[in-house]
Ligand binder design. Structure first.
Ligand code: ZN
Length: 280
């Protein structure tokens, strides 16, 4: 099942468009997408029987597939090939940081580049489906409502300043863009081995599989939830594969006027138009 945020309302994604969930279920589910995410298992049982008017796809109406996460958490240095390109050792435990809530963005539209030092990072993003109590490696995926694509954008100068402040450098508006919708875990042949990538102006710049993660999703969730409790709708960026702009000499950062495509297998592709900050 694929679940979208269409103009702020929960919708089921079908081949040629979307079905408004509250309309199709007489209000049994939706329109509040966060509430639907918290009841994802019930909805998945009902989903095959849901019928309703199909609205054609309209990218301009799609919002982030978790519209109001209480927390946005991200993991640094979680792909072997990315650690290699950065010349850094893999950490012995997951390296976690927060992205601030105002950075959340949808799958289409413009993102302002505040400087010449903005970098891209395609990531597998998890949307949490239930409160994380008693997470083990064996049951970890059952806490995840779905997977979506994410761009963990970074302003590298701010990120590396003041002894490194990842959270601030990665939290300009739109720097936590997710979408185009979420796919439930049963949509994936193996959720621990999913292809993901991104392209600038049609040229692929990152292309990897999540099986290269140093800490696979179950291990990440076990480690994180020893400290924090995740709730339905919380968003977890699981780390960038190799190919980030900072790994090149000189760095290949994003430029105004470029189109940034970001995809994950069995979900779909986001497209963002990058624009200069006013006055730059
Ligand atoms: Zn990242």
């Amino acid at each position: 099942m694929r679940l979208a945020n269409v103009s702020g309302r929960a919708a089921i994604v079908v081949d040629d468009g979307t079905i408004d969930l509250a309309t199709a279920t007489d209000g049994a589910f939706g329109p509040d997408l966060t509430e639907v995410i918290a009841r994802i298992d019930d909805l998945r049982e009902l989903a095959p029987s849901i019928e309703g008017p199909v609205e054609p796809h309209d990218p301009s109406r799609l919002g982030p597939p978790s519209p109001n996460p209480g927390q946005i958490i991200a993991i640094g240095m979680n792909y072997r090939a990315h650690a290699e390109e950065m010349g850094l050792e893999l950490p012995s435990i997951p390296a976690a940081f927060a992205k601030f809530r105002s950075a959340l963005g949808g799958p289409f539209g413009s993102i302002v580049l505040p400087s010449d030092d903005v970098d891209y990072e395609v990531e597998m993003v998890l949307i949490i489906g239930r409160r994380t109590e008693g997470v083990t490696v064996e049951n970890a995926w059952s806490f995840v409502a779905g997977i979506t694509a994410g761009q963990d954008l970074s302003e590298r100068t701010v990120q590396m300043a003041a002894g490194r402040q990842f959270s601030l450098g990665k939290s300009y508006p739109g720097f936590a863009s997710i979408g185009p919708w979420m796919s439930t875990i049963d949509e994936f042949a193996d959720p621990d081995d999913v292809g993901l990538g991104c392209a600038v102006d049609g040229v692929t710049i990152q292309d990897a599989r999540s099986s290269d993660m140093a800490f696979p999703v179950p291990e990440l969730l076990v480690a994180l939830t020893k400290v924090i409790t995740l709730e339905p709708g919380d968003v977890l960026f699981t780390g960038s594969p190799a190919g980030v702009g900072m790994s090149f000499h000189p760095p290949r950062y994003l430029k105004p006027g470029q189109e940034l495509d970001t995809w994950i297998e069995s979900v779909g592709t986001m497209r963002h138009h990058l624009v200069a900050a006013p006055g730059r």
